[in-house]
Structure formats: C-alpha cells, structure tokens
Design a protein around this ligand. Structure first.
Ligand code: SIN
Length: 489
C-alpha cells in the first residue's frame, strides 16, 4: 500500500489537528485506485469528536494568527508554494493514483493548486482597506478589512489538490484559521498538501484536516455547522449538498461560499473559426474526463456548420487515448466510482431513447476496467433529455442544432444552473451582446480553458455564490469593519 514516492513522508494517513498527526480511530476509510479498485491507502474515518478538536485548535490559533503581520503570513504561503512545486511529481503520483486522472494532468493540477497559493501569498500583503472622505467636519472614517475567523473548507474529489488549495490559501492569507475535510474518494492529496504546509511553518492549530467516509461526513461537517466559532464555510460540490449547508449555516449566520453544479452551454455560431471551436471544446469537455463543474454539458452548433464541425470533432474524439493514469499516453482515465459510470450510462441511454443519434463511443470500456467509459459524441440532442438538464460529469458531448441567436440564448439560459458558458464567433458586436445575455458567472469567448488563479471563479443562480481566485477570492474570507472617529475638529 506504500506508493513509490521520492519522498515517502508525503503519504499521510492521519488527521492533522493542532500541529499533530493523529491516527487513532474506531474505523478506517479505504482509498482505492479507480483504475482497478486496488487499495491505495487507509485513512481514519473521522467522527464529530475529531471535528470538534480541530475547531478547538483553529479557534485557539486564530487569536494569534490574525495578529501575525501580513508579510509573515505571505512568507509562510510562499514557502508552502515552493514546497508544493518542488514535490510536484510525487504529488502528481498521489493524485493520479487516488483520483484516476493521467499523470501529466495530475501534475498540471498540482501546479494549478500551487498557482493559488502563490497568488494569495501575493494578495495577503495588498489587503488594503479604504479611507472614506467624511461628509461632516471633525471625523475620520475608515473601512478596515478583517479576517472572518475560523473557516471550514469542504473540498471535492474531482480536483483534490487545486480545490483545497484555492480555499485554504486565501483563508490563511486573510488571517483566518482553517478546519478542512477532503473528499472521501480522494483524501491523500489534501493530506500531502497539509503536510507540506506544516513543513512551511504554519503554527500549530492554524490549519487542521479531518478525513471521513461518505456516511460519516455529515457528522463531521455538522459539528462545524453547529459551532458558532466557525464563521465561514466554503464548499465545492453538488447543489443539493450546497443548499443543505446554506440552510444549516443560517442558525449561526456563517458567511458561505458555494461553488456548485453547472450545466454549461457551449455555442458555436455560423461565423466561428471551427478549428478553434473544436479545440476549445476538446480542452473544456475532456479535462479530467469531463468530471469538471465548468465542463460543457450542452453543445449548440449552428445548423449551417453542424456537419463540418461534427466531422472534425469526431476525428479528435476518436483519437483520444483512454487508459489508467500509470500508462504514459493516457488522456482520459477512469471515472471516479461506479455511481459516476452508471449515471453516464443512464444519460446516454435516455438520450438515445428520446431520439438522439450516436456518432461514436457510447459504451463502458470493460476491457480496461469497470470504471472506464468511451469518449462519446451524440447529436440531435434536445432539452427533454437528462443530459441537457443535469450534469453528466463524464466524457459525453451531446450536440443540438440551432438556427437563431435569440433562440440559442434562451436555450442556454433555460436551466437552474449558472456557472460557466462558452461561445465561438468572429462577430465583435455579437461577442458583447451574447456575453451580456448569458446568465452565468463565467463566460469563455473563443476560449475553452477559462480557469486561472487570477480570474474570479464562481456561479450565479443555483450554481452558488462567492468567488474563488482573483482579488475577490481574498475578500470572501474578510469582513469590513467601519470605524468612525469623531472629535477631530
Ligand atoms: C471544478 O470543477 O469544481 C473546478 C474546476 C476548475 O477550477 O476549473
């Protein structure tokens, strides 16, 4: 079960609470490789008592961490970033083994995680407030930015390094302390990152992590939700869970950031550069095998370019190499678990039953293993199909033809989600018209790779609220204190 790593210390199998690795538990959680079901590691299956101990430590550490000068906090973050970059190959091995994505993609994700740590190290020292011109004489008015307090960060399995880094780094930069829980399917990357943070010199209690299985996650997270000392919760995952967290947070009125499901439209207008559009779709759709919140879920192609677009897209999809992460030329790994593959199968079957046409793929690749699914292209999809209403979260492209700009915008917006949207056109006036009309938090215009530490990532409607990354990502971990000093006249 020990991974072949240059630095075996990176493989952690314990909670980290108040500066100590704690492995005492009544039950362990098996971490398995989605490519073949083999056991990768065992970590403690945490309980509410572990969550409370983590919150106690984070609460005690907040009193001193908030007073540490921003420059010193930034230096800790920079050391952490340097360690993550130095260990990127090992971190990539851990990530690809537990999550399934190809090794090169896993290493790219580690660098994506590091980019958030570096970004927020830099932002920490620029968290300026405002001096407000007073409307009456004899007063000084200020808006100070203060850390919100203890933050609970709950991360998903699809980007097990990047998502936890993009929550923890701004929290620590702002002067908050953190309790976090990685996803049950892929906790090892987060544990390794927390180990490197400890090595970087964050004081005991500032960063704590508790692992838990799917059935014990509610008791761990509820312990934080019920704790009035936890002042913020940041969650990436499903809309159903996000709504539950928002409701439960109301009792203690925590600040909440939710990065939830998406149902991204990808529109190819008749005047688009078709090669660029195909390339943009390949990049955005097949990243992480389609298991990405911003992955295009509904592809709308103008009828006049449909056939030309489809033949180019089909050739690119059929050239994709599917295989385990360990195979050097793999581009698409296994899906995370059996439930994920069953959902993809159900969406494809539903689409075919309702009149969609299969162009390529459309089956489990059982010869590789039970969790591999063929990159799939469907056309003649419509809004009645499950693949148009909910995230398929897999390597399936479902294409719908359109002829009219207003109609396609109405279709694109006809969803309760609003995370990302993409469109391809060479008409400058259309660019601004369509950008404005799309009801999403992120718009890719002639671009499929939108994620960046410098851009504000987040949605509208039932895709959540709050922004991660960018200057806005730091503000989500601060509140404003208005100070009015009188008697100066
Ligand atoms: C996600 O799928 O939740 C995030 C992906 C990204 O950062 O691009």
């Amino acid at each position: 079960m020990t991974l072949a790593l240059e630095d075996p210390q990176l493989q952690r199998s314990a909670h980290y609470i108040d500066g100590k690795w704690l492995s005492d538990c009544d039950r362990v959680l098996d971490v398995t490789n989605p490519a073949d079901g083999s056991l990768v590691a065992q970590v403690p299956d945490g309980r509410a008592s572990d969550a409370r101990a983590a919150a106690d430590a984070a609460h005690a550490a907040f009193a001193t961490w908030r007073e540490v000068p921003a420059k010193e906090r930034a230096q800790c973050l920079k050391r952490w970033n340097d360690l993550v970059v130095a260990h990127k190959a090992d971190l990539g091995r851990i990530l690809s083994r537990e999550q399934g994505k190809p090794l090169a993609e896993a290493i790219a994700e580690v660098m994506y995680a590091a980019s958030y740590i570096e970004w927020f190290a830099e932002e920490a020292t620029r968290a300026n407030g405002d001096v407000i011109p007073a409307p009456v004489p004899g007063r000084r008015m200020l808006a100070l930015r203060e850390p919100v307090g203890v933050v609970a960060a709950v991360a998903p399995w699809n980007f097990p390094a990047a998502m936890i880094a993009r929550k923890i780094a701004p929290a620590l930069a702002a002067g908050c302390t953190v309790v976090c829980k990685p996803a049950e399917d892929a906790p090892l990357s987060a544990l390794a990152l927390v180990g490197l943070a400890a090595e970087a010199g964050f004081p005991a209690g500032v960063l704590n992590i508790v692992t838990a299985s799917r059935d014990r996650t509610p008791e761990v997270v509820d312990a934080w939700l019920d704790d009035a000392r936890v002042r913020k919760i940041s969650f990436t995952g499903s809309t159903a869970v996000g709504k539950h967290l928002a409701r439960r947070s109301a009792d203690t009125l925590k600040k909440v950031s939710l990065e939830l499901g998406g149902n991204a439209p990808f529109i190819v207008f008749e005047d688009a550069d078709l090669d660029a559009a195909v390339q943009g779709l390949m990049v955005s759709k097949f990243r992480n095998g389609g298991q990405t919140c911003v992955s295009p879920n509904r592809v709308f192609v103008h009828a006049s370019v449909h056939d030309a677009f489809m033949s180019r897209l089909r050739a690119r999809i059929e050239a994709l190499k599917v295989g385990p992460a360990a195979q050097a030329d793999s581009q698409i790994g296994p899906m995370i678990n059996e439930r994920a593959v069953a959902k993809i199968e159900a969406h494809v079957a539903d689409a075919l039953a309702k009149g969609a046409r299969l162009v390529t793929g459309g089956r489990r690749l059982t010869e590789l293993g039970p969790q591999f699914y063929a990159p799939t292209l469907l056309t003649d999809a419509d809004a009645t199909m499950a693949c148009a209403c909910e995230e398929t979260f897999g390597p399936v492209v479902a294409v719908t033809r359109f002829t009219d700009e207003a109609d396609v915008i109405a279709l694109a917006n006809d969803t309760s989600y609003g995370l990302a949207a993409y469109f391809y056109t060479n008409d400058a006036k259309r660019i601004w018209r369509v950008t404005k009309a799309l009801e999403t938090g992120i718009v890719g215009v002639n671009e499929g790779a939108v994620a960046s530490e410098a851009g504000p990532f987040g949605g509208v409607k039932e895709s959540g609220y709050g922004r991660e990354g960018s200057v806005h990502g730091l503000a989500d971990y601060q509140h404003i204190k208005y100070v009015c000093e009188g008697g100066l006249g």
